[in-house]
Write a new protein. Structure first.
Length: 216
């Protein structure tokens, strides 16, 4: 082994005094990695070792460093990805998602507006009745099982689901719509009803709401 190394040492020299040329590290012929490393260290040469990630697994990362010249593995590292950080993120997200919505009751004034096509001209688009939030309510005064409510979105955010008590009834509604009369008031909610007669008969009533969900 020593004889073999000695025979190629002239080829490994980083500097040729006779020709005045520098020999680049990547031009040094490959030799067994231990001897190569000892030689380079002895002569103050820092080899450029290109690395590549061979494998990644959940919570552990194994990195294999390969000398591209000799194709030999220089070293292997196994790194733990801290599980603690992952748990903290999950807990924070869970906490954010589960933040309770205040269910304190708030008093509001209620009116009603008609779903009839003849009374919904401002909401008609291509023959369909569409709310201010773009929901098609042509065939129903309900959306996903909730009564449709017109609100002032600066007071009650669109998408909010409300528990409503008014006119001796309790039901859940969703804030999907608005209107000029509602936008100018901070204490009024408009309930979509089937027809004009029902809307007129409803009149103005006092009721209360509490949030089931605030916003989308």
């Amino acid at each position: 082994m020593l004889a073999a190394i000695a025979s190629i040492l002239p080829l490994l020299m980083p500097f040729n005094a006779d020709q005045g040329e520098c020999i680049k590290v990547n031009e040094i012929p490959p030799i067994p990695s231990v001897a190569r490393e000892e030689y380079l260290t002895e002569h103050g040469i820092t080899p450029i070792i290109k690395t590549e990630v061979k494998e990644k697994v959940v919570y552990k990362e194994r990195v294999v460093y390969v000398d591209r010249d000799t194709k030999e593995t220089v070293k292997t590292e196994v790194k733990d990805i801290p599980k603690k950080e992952t748990k903290q993120v999950t807990k924070a997200e869970s906490k954010k998602e589960s933040q309770p919505v205040s269910n304190q009751s708030q008093n509001f004034e209620f009116t009603a507006y008609s779903h009839e096509p003849s009374e919904a001209q401002s909401h008609r688009y291509n023959g369909k009745i569409v709310t201010a939030t773009g929901k098609d309510v042509t065939d129903s005064i309900y959306y996903q099982g909730y009564r449709i409510l017109a609100v002032n979105p600066s007071v009650i955010p669109y998408g909010s689901i409300l528990s409503v008590s008014v006119n001796g009834q309790s039901f859940k509604g969703i804030a999907l719509d608005t209107g000029g009369a509602i936008m100018s008031r901070s204490n009024r909610i408009d309930l979509m009803v089937t027809d004009t007669n029902e809307a007129m008969g409803f009149g103005v009533q006092q009721g209360s709401i509490s949030y089931v969900r605030k916003g989308w």
